[in-house]
Design a protein around this ligand. Structure first.
Ligand SMILES: O=P(O)(O)OP(=O)(O)OP(=O)(O)OC[C@H]1O[C@@H](n2cnc3c(O)ncnc32)[C@H](O)[C@@H]1O
Ligand SMILES: [Mg+2]
Length: 202
């Protein structure tokens, strides 16, 4: 596996919540981080139907454009009773003409479960695929997942996206109620990061 050597790393995301988490997860490793959004890069279209496919699109786009290694994150929530939806379309479910509306998206997920009479526990998982790509076209992929269930009404104002409706197994706080440190100890993103750190950092 290729190692990440000293120097700048582009974080290929336009999501401020993700950037905050990724920066915190990278902080102990002394990496100099700049985001694709801060560099003024466009968001490439996420045309694949897998997390890995879309993670590769985002990382390669930023690596080519910057001439630096780039790290992307493609993630989403998969609800068992919805056959894994919204999955790779998790961000799309929140899309409105005026931008993303996550309370609306969470309520859409919950209404579908109500309408179909889905039984408790309404199990779901958060999934994350990280792609580290270099300007020469090489890449490495890492995956992480956390299992839990959905709750209603939503709880907590920490985190981002669908965090307030996700209760990880064995916990009493949703991701929206947890401190960032606690979420970093158990999240799908943290799990993928630990693979990345093992593989690519000395
Ligand atoms: O593609 P980039 O620019 O990285 O940012 P994005 O927000 O579009 O990210 P994705 O395409 O990977 O879509 C992931 C969706 O899943 C949601 N999501 C991912 N990880 C999450 C987490 O830890 N907590 C809550 N929601 C999360 C997030 O809000 C997005 O709507
Ligand atoms: Mg996206």
């Amino acid at each position: 596996m290729r190692k990440l050597t000293e120097g700048k790393l582009v974080v290929a995301t336009h999501n401020a919540g993700k950037l905050r988490e990724i920066s915190a997860l990278l902080a102990p490793h002394g990496v100099d981080v700049v985001s694709a959004a801060a560099l003024g890069f466009d968001e490439p279209e996420e045309t694949e139907d897998t997390f890995a496919g879309n993670a590769r699109i985002k990382a390669h786009f930023a690596a080519k454009k910057s001439g630096l290694p780039a790290l992307s994150d493609d993630s989403g929530i998969m609800v068992d009773a919805l056959d894994g939806a919204p999955g790779v379309y998790t961000a799309d479910w929140a899309e409105t003409p005026d931008g993303r509306d996550f309370p609306m998206a969470m309520s859409k997920v919950w209404s579908k479960l109500e309408d179909m009479g889905a039984k408790e526990p309404r199990s779901a998982s958060f999934n994350c695929t990280l792609c580290l790509a270099w300007p020469d076209g090489h890449d490495e992929l890492f995956e992480g997942k956390v299992d839990g269930r959905l709750v209603w009404p939503i709880r907590g104002s920490h985190g981002f996206g669908y965090d307030p409706m996700f209760l990880p197994n064995g916990e009493s706080e949703t991701f929206g109620e947890m401190s960032p440190e606690k979420k970093h100890g158990m999240s799908h993103r943290a799990a993928a990061f630990s693979e990345l750190v093992d593989g690519c950092f000395d």
